[in-house]
Design a binder for this molecule. Sequence first.
Ligand SMILES: Nc1ncnc2c1ncn2[C@@H]1O[C@H](COP(=O)(O)OP(=O)(O)OP(=O)(O)O)[C@@H](O)[C@H]1O
Length: 294
Amino acid sequence: MKKLSRSFTLCRDYSVQSGKGMNTQSLKIKGVKDIIAVASGKGGVGKSTTAVNLAVSLANKCRLSVGLLDADVYGPSIPTMMKLQGKPEVSEANKMIPIENHGVKCMSMGSLVEKEAPIVWRGPMVMKALEQLTRGVDWGNLDVLVVDMPPGTGDAQISISQRLQLSGALIVSTPQDVALMDARRGVNMFSKVAVPILGIIENMSYFKCPHCNEPSFIFGKGGARKTAEDMGLRFVGEIPLVEEVRSGSDDGVPIVVSNPDSAVAKSYGDVAQSIMSILEDLAKQRDVQPEIIM
Ligand SMILES: Nc1ncnc2c1ncn2[C@@H]1O[C@H](COP(=O)(O)OP(=O)(O)OP(=O)(O)O)[C@@H](O)[C@H]1O
């Protein structure tokens, strides 16, 4: 095993699938069964928090082999949220070895650059970095690779959706109108690139007063469920605004690890199970395509 060097060549040993309804540029990562994007139109709605708790639930509750890719190259938060330490090592095959914690193999730009270094790349550099973070990594055999997408619906998001052969996308939104408007944009972007929407999850649905136990609907009530209904999409669950969720993210110990019996951890577990059954349904529906190895 080698230490990570500053430059390493792009790997070319990946397979390509082509066929009806499939983007010919869409590339499969060897050994990875399903790749799912966790996305939101708007920033700050809890996309990374959802991706982390979902990935750990898939690993620990559903007993799957799981990877987590931080595709938010400009604002990588996965190293903090998953308490990733050090830089990834490089294998003999010149591939980076993901850093594993809480049962999940993780890869993030934040593990490659100095902590407070600004990331000031232009578009092509970002795509090259993402290419390296996906195919330049020895993921091994994974049941699911969860991709924490950058916020928004711009070039980077479209390119990632096209280049990775996504099995589907989970949209995260708060119940607030401005977030829901951007969530709709996210849904439409994935539809344009023929990525199935797995469902919408509502984050920060309400806050329960620790004194009187009354819920307050700080960002509005039921907005994401209604949007899902309007758009003919599945509503996969709601996660309240909970201090322990925030502190778990800041401390690098997600609530599904620190307090697995809490109601919130159980909700994340239920979402993970729903996602797996949706993926199974989608796999059944998918046409079987011949795989061409480049
Ligand atoms: N359910 C929740 N309860 C309490 N705090 C939460 C919850 N979800 C997210 N947070 C907190 O809200 C903040 C934003 O969350 P997060 O970083 O996951 O959002 P994001 O959508 O990934 O943001 P960005 O667009 O910057 O990548 C973080 O401080 C996080 O700890």
